[in-house]
Design a protein around this ligand. Structure first.
Ligand SMILES: [Zn+2]
Length: 146
């Protein structure tokens, strides 16, 4: 990876390699600096594997997790594919975008770290179903929060 801050990551059950050490953009991509150039982690990883990205194409996430840099989850696509994906994602309304969701990203982080509090207690604390707590802990929901 060359010089720069060490990349730390976790691997989710679905195989996503999610960076935990670097800042994210608003839409969840991992920003990284290499050789004085600012780029995205997933893009850098793709280029290191396959070489330069042809003009007009972008590196997309098959797994829909913008912080993921598992090479097997990346593919080339057009910018309009990306926009279509984003629209579809918003329509399916996950996480905070969901008007019915009572939880915020900071709550999700708290829940995942609260190993000494039972799921039913957590459910009461946040006013959600214990099943929702289990899904958060198992990364079935809120996959974009780490
Ligand atoms: Zn992935």
């Amino acid at each position: 990876m060359g010089k720069g801050k060490q990349i730390e990551f976790i691997i989710l059950p679905n195989g996503c390699k999610v960076c935990t050490s670097h800042a994210r953009t608003k839409d969840g991509h991992v920003r990284i600096q290499r050789n004085g150039l600012k780029t995205y982690l997933h893009k850098l990883v793709y280029i290191q594997h396959y070489g330069d990205i042809p003009d007009g194409l972008v590196v997309r996430h098959k797994c829909d997790n913008p912080a993921c840099f598992n090479i097997n989850h990346l593919e080339l696509g057009t910018h309009s594919d990306n926009v279509a994906d984003r629209v579809a994602r918003n329509r399916s309304a996950i996480g905070e975008r969901n008007g019915r969701s009572k939880l915020k990203e900071e709550d999700v982080r708290f829940i995942r770290n609260a190993t000494n509090i039972s799921n039913s207690q957590l459910a009461r604390m946040f006013g959600v179903d214990p099943k929702a707590i289990r899904n958060i802990k198992k990364f079935r929901t809120w996959k974009h929060v780490v």
